[in-house]
Structure formats: C-alpha cells, structure tokens
Design a protein around this ligand. Structure first.
Ligand SMILES: Nc1ncnc2c1ncn2[C@@H]1O[C@H](COP(=O)(O)OP(=O)(O)OP(=O)(O)O)[C@@H](O)[C@H]1O
Ligand SMILES: [Mg+2]
Length: 402
C-alpha cells in the first residue's frame, strides 16, 4: 500500500522504522506529531490489542491532534466489529462494511487506488496549509473561529470553561433538557466561542467521557431540515453527497409519531454505535436564520420540534447547543414559546471581553507566530475596542492588516 504513495513523492513512516531499544509509544507519538496523515489498518487483532483496548492509541491520537493535528483515516483490512470500537469516531478511508480482504482482486485494486488518492489529497492540503502557517495571518478577520482554529483562539478561556461546566451540569441534571443556548448581540463572538471554545474543549474533555463525542455544526439557512440532514450524512471526503440518503433522511425526520411528536432525530441518534457513551452534539449556529432565511413555517416548526424532542430525550443521545442573536429572542417568544422558556432557563450570555482578555486575543496569535506586536499598538487597540459595542469584528479585521 505504501508503494503508490512513495512513488507520488510522499514520505511514509510505519512501525518497522522503530529501532531496537527505542520506546515504541514515544516513537509513535513523535511520528504522529511529524505526520500530516495517520492511517490505521484495522482488523480484529488490532482492535483486540492492548494498544487499542488500553486506550494507548486514543490518547496518542488525541494528543497528536492537539499539537499538530494530523488527519486520521482508518481502513478495515479484515472483517471486525469496528462499530463498537474507538476507531468508529475517525474517518474511514473506504467503505468499512466491505473490508479489503473480502474484495476480489480488481475491487481491492480499485479500493486501494481510491484510498491512495484520498491520502494524497489530504497530504497535499495539509502541506499547503503547513507551508503557509509561518507566513499566513494568525487572525481570522471578519469570519468566526472554527473548531480547527482553537490554537489561535484566545481571550475566552473563562467563558469556554463556563460553557463546558454548564453543558456538563445539564447532562448530569436528569430532569433538564440537554440544550444550551449561547446568546449575545451581533458580532459579540457567539459562533467563535461555540466552535473554537466549547466544541474544541469537548474534543479534549468529552461529556460524559471518556469516549469522543460526535459533533455536527448546522447553519439552518433557507431549509433547516435539509441543512440538518446534510450535517448528519456528510459526503465522504472527495465524493459526491449521497442525495438519496439525504432526502430519505429529510423525509424521515419530518414524520411525526402517532402522537404528533417529532421524535425522529432522537431515534436516528439512538441507532448510532455507542450512542450512550458517544453522544451527538449538534451545534445550531446562527439559529436566527430559521426566522430570517427560512420562509416555510411548517419546516421551521418541525426543525424546532425535532431539536426540542431530542434535547428532552432522557437517554441523552443528543445534545443541542445553539447560538442566537439576542435581538431574536422576541421571535422565539412569539413563534416557539416552549423553546423560548427553555432558552430562558438554560442560556449563557456572551459578555464583552475584559481588557485582559482583549490583550490575550490581540497579542497571543502574533506571539505564537513569532511576530509579537509592540506594546503601544496593543494598548491603542485595547483602548479603541474597549466598551464599544460590536467592535470585535473590526478589531479582528484591523489585526489582519497589521
Ligand atoms: N476571542 C476572540 N478573539 C479575537 N477575535 C474574536 C474572538 N471572538 C470572536 N472574534 C471575532 O469577532 C468577530 C465576530 O465573531 P463571531 O462571528 O464569532 O460573532 P457572532 O456573535 O457569532 O456574530 P454574528 O452575530 O454575526 O453571528 C469575528 O471577526 C471574529 O473573528
Ligand atoms: Mg455567529
């Protein structure tokens, strides 16, 4: 399998390169840190190995992803119960229900070619972004920070901790719905703290833990149900989305049960492997779009009902986190009173950043990139930003220009 990649100019590392006397776990950790892509070859032996069962592998992969974020793929080499293992949380590089050993020669050749292409594409993406890290701007400009930007995200540590604690408390409080609303004015940093803050923290400290949580980010847009189905059934990397599966899921989600309840999201999540230990965390970002962009009232109401039902489900397979502009609270009151009451009880408000937080947000990314800003510039930016509503995007934009 390595030959086609090496012919393509990629350098590969495998365990045969560990020299006698070297500590295996440390060598694997170093190799992972230095790699753009890690590929796990999965068989029942591998899954039954001490390395996997003893969580050594999960810990190594988690710490590598924290530091250098290699892309992790896995390949089902022989039939095995991968659905019940830690690897099911990573991206399969081929259809795992058809392990390589069960394919005919020509099918295996085609599958291997596809895998090589996938890995090559991931390496090229990784190396082009790596190549620009030193040169590229460590500030996000007008855009929100994403989960992958967590290493550039500063100034919101206390708020992230508060969100994580609240999220955990809601999980522990059996009578509470597992729904957390993040509210704040436009441009206050809701989407950023939800993704680069809370979701990134959940990668490190999953709830209930220790299994990784599943995450999906949904922007409702014009068709919230379609956006939800797309997030639940993403297209495999490099492949076209399976439109039939998506429209089947949309139809499914819209079906109320005999008592008129929209329970299909909770049911769908309950069927995922390890549903109880690896819950699905759904971030509905820009929730106000269900009022501003979606014009179909039936679809909007079904979407809200699905989320409410799933969040109230006692089996705790689905957690809903939503970000909402506070000026849309009135709309939830008018159109979705049950949701409005829940938001009222389970919300965290994004407050203005303190001078200290601003200082960290301004200075840390530049320091990390090896180009610290001078103190007078920092002080000027803090003074200009402090206390003025909605200036965070302007600050971030200004920083991209320095
Ligand atoms: N901790 C931070 N440090 C520096 N800049 C930040 C931080 N958080 C957010 N920003 C910047 O502030 C701007 C607004 O952030 P974000 O999009 O997350 O806010 P929002 O409240 O979701 O906005 P909207 O109401 O438009 O959805 C963006 O330019 C983002 O890069
Ligand atoms: Mg936002």
């Amino acid at each position: 399998m390595l030959a086609p990649l090496m012919q393509g100019g990629l350098s590969c590392w495998d365990e045969t390169q560990i020299l006698g006397g070297e500590h295996r776990q440390e060598q694997v950790a170093v190799a992972l840190r230095e790699s753009s892509v890690a590929v796990l070859l999965v068989s029942s032996d591998f899954l039954a190995s001490e390395f996997v069962l003893g969580q050594g592998l999960s810990m190594l992969l988690a710490s590598a992803q924290k530091e250098s974020r290699p892309k992790i793929f896995w390949i089902a080499v022989r039939p095995c119960l991968w659905q019940h293992s830690a690897v099911s949380t990573y991206q399969p590089a081929q259809d795992p229900s058809r392990p390589l050993s069960t394919l005919s020669d020509s099918e295996a050749e085609a599958a291997l070619a596809g895998i090589c292409q996938l890995i090559r594409a991931a390496v090229v993406t990784a190396s082009s972004s790596l190549g620009t890290v030193a040169l590229s701007n460590p500030y996000r400009g007008l855009g929100a920070f994403q989960i992958d930007d967590a290493h550039l995200f500063f100034g919101r540590a206390a708020l992230t901790e508060k969100l994580w604690q609240r999220f955990r408390l809601l999980y522990d409080t059996k009578e509470a719905a597992w729904l957390l609303a993040i509210l704040g004015p436009s441009g206050s940093g809701k989407s950023s703290v939800a993704q680069a803050g809370l979701l990134a923290e959940l990668c490190e400290r999953p709830v209930p833990g220790p299994q990784a949580v599943r995450m999906a980010v949904v922007k409702p847009g014009e068709h919230p149900l379609r956006a939800l189905a797309l997030a639940l059934c993403p297209a495999p990397i490099g492949q076209a989305p399976d439109l039939t599966a998506q429209s089947k899921l949309i139809d499914d989600l819209c079906q109320p049960d005999k008592r008129g309840r929209f329970d299909r999201l909770a049911l769908w999540a309950a069927n995922l492997p390890h549903a109880a230990t690896s819950p699905l965390v759904l971030l509905i970002d820009q929730f106000e779009e269900i009022y501003t962009l979606c014009t179909d009232k039936a679809e909007r109401d079904a979407f809200v009902e699905l989320l409410l039902h799933a969040a109230h489900d006692r089996s705790r397979h689905v957690a809903v986190v939503l970000t909402l502009r506070s000026d849309f609270l009135g709309e939830t009151q008018r159109q979705h009173p049950a949701l409005n009451r829940l938001i009222g009880d389970q919300e965290v408000i994004i407050t203005a950043m303190s001078d200290e937080d601003l200082r960290r947000a301004i200075t840390k990314p530049a320091e990390q990139a090896g180009h610290p800003l001078d103190e007078s510039t920092v002080q000027l930016l803090i003074t200009e930003t402090h206390g003025s509503e909605g200036t965070l995007p302007l600050l971030e934009f200004a920083l991209t220009r320095i």
